[in-house]
Design a protein around this ligand. Structure first.
Ligand code: LMR
Length: 393
């Protein structure tokens, strides 16, 4: 059987992790995979999550199954986090998933079950795993223009023009905030325009919100999604706790859906859980239980928010510092966009060959499209790093 298989194409981001690991240089720098790093280059367990783990350890009496939807209290809390505490709930449903990727795949399967012939429109560029997930669900995917690398901002007019060409019933994948890989997000006014267009043309938004809290703050980062939810009859959203609760390897996320009415939401939710039964059956509990404990407890929630805000502000100041260092070292404003963008990623705008030289010559690891992880920037050596970048231009 296996002789029929071709070697799998490596994932560009994950391959970089192993290349970095195998590099013997002591001054190497990992700006590849999207994990938060503190000033010491560590990815810490957040204080509130640590305390939640301690409480869970003391009180958890059983590890028996919870059910297809996972932890139902976690699910309700995730609805509040993403759609807002005041969101009206009768049309909203949530299922716990293994990370944001699990949510994306489950929702893609739901789209395929509902409308197998639908086209999903994804931004160009997008997270490299979006296309494989959609294809694995049997869906057709097409791209819409999104990023202007000369200005570092969104090609909004071109995006709208392309979406006007989508057929009613199509699905539009949008990054809720902190666009991965470009860091270029829609403004509130642009979200309004997109929402009106989707509603008018009968297109369904599918929002990937994996970095809530990393851009402009927890509430502001969900504002675009909430604008959509106020305009359209149906919406799908994949949320992740990997980044904002720093529980990466434990895999917690949520597949969220808004139905036209409560009855349709229930039907879609039932199908969603049936699909989960055929993939992972019931999701892993640990990280979701910790998130639930944090969000249920006022003190832990406040401490988590404070730590998350510090993480966000650190990334913002690294953005500003790096843009300034690049301005000094390149004697140009070519990289100023880095300070304007948001979230964990931006693209330097280097060619593939320049990216390879940066790695070979200086041990600086960034993704092939020149995406770098803002959180991995060395705050005390930004000029030295900028010199290396400029040396490969
Ligand atoms: C990233 O984009 O680096 C993260 O989302 C990690 C991943 O799974 O690719």
């Amino acid at each position: 059987m296996f002789e029929t298989l071709q070697p799998a194409a490596p994932d560009g981001i994950l391959m970089l992790m192993s290349l970095y690991r195998d590099d013997p240089r002591t001054d190497k720098l990992d700006l590849g995979v999207g994990v938060y790093k503190d000033v010491d280059g560590k990815t810490p367990v957040m204080r509130a999550v640590r305390e939640a783990e301690r409480r869970l350890h003391k009180t958890q009496a059983s590890k028996s199954y919870l059910g297809l939807a996972g932890d139902v209290v976690f699910n309700e809390l995730m609805i509040g986090l993403v759609f807002g505490e005041k969101a009206e709930r009768p049309r909203l449903r949530a299922a716990q998933t293994p990370g944001g990727t699990g949510a994306l795949r489950l929702l893609a399967d739901l789209i395929a079950a509902s409308r197998p012939d639908t086209t999903v429109w994804v931004p160009d560029p997008t997270w490299p795993n979006h296309m494989p997930i959609l294809r694995a669900a049997g869906l057709t995917a097409r791209t819409y223009p999104y990023f202007d690398s000369t200005t570092g901002s969104v090609r909004f007019d071109a995006m709208i023009e392309a979406l006007k060409g989508a057929a009613p019933g199509d699905v539009v994948l949008l990054h809720g905030c902190c666009h991965n890989p470009t860091g270029a997000d829609l403004s509130a006014a642009q979200w309004e325009t997109v929402a009106a267009l989707l509603a008018e043309r009968g297109l369904t938004p599918f929002v990937d919100i994996a970095y809530q809290g990393f851009g402009d703050g927890l509430e502001k980062d969900a504002a675009g999604l909430r604008i959509l939810a106020a305009h359209v009859p149906e919406l799908l959203a994949a949320a992740s706790c990997s980044k904002n609760f720093s529980v990466y390897r434990d895999r917690a996320g949520a597949a969220l859906l808004l139905g036209r009415n409560a009855a349709e939401a229930d039907t879609a939710y039932g199908q969603l859980l049936g699909l989960a039964r055929g993939i992972w059956s019931m999701p892993p509990d640990h990280a979701a239980a910790c998130v639930r404990i944090v969000l249920e407890d006022d003190d832990l929630r406040a401490d988590w928010k404070a730590e998350l805000e510090a993480v966000r502000l650190r990334m913002l100041s690294l953005r500003e510092g790096f843009a300034e260092a690049l301005r000094r070292q390149s004697n140009s404003d070519r990289f100023d966009f880095i300070a304007r963008q948001r979230g964990m990623f931006s693209r330097l705008g280097l060619t593939g060959e320049q990216v390879s030289r940066l790695r070979a010559k200086h041990g600086v690891y960034i993704v092939g499209d020149s995406r770098f992880n803002v959180a991995g920037l060395p705050g005390d050596r930004l000029d030295a790093l900028a010199t290396k970048v400029v040396s490969v231009l």
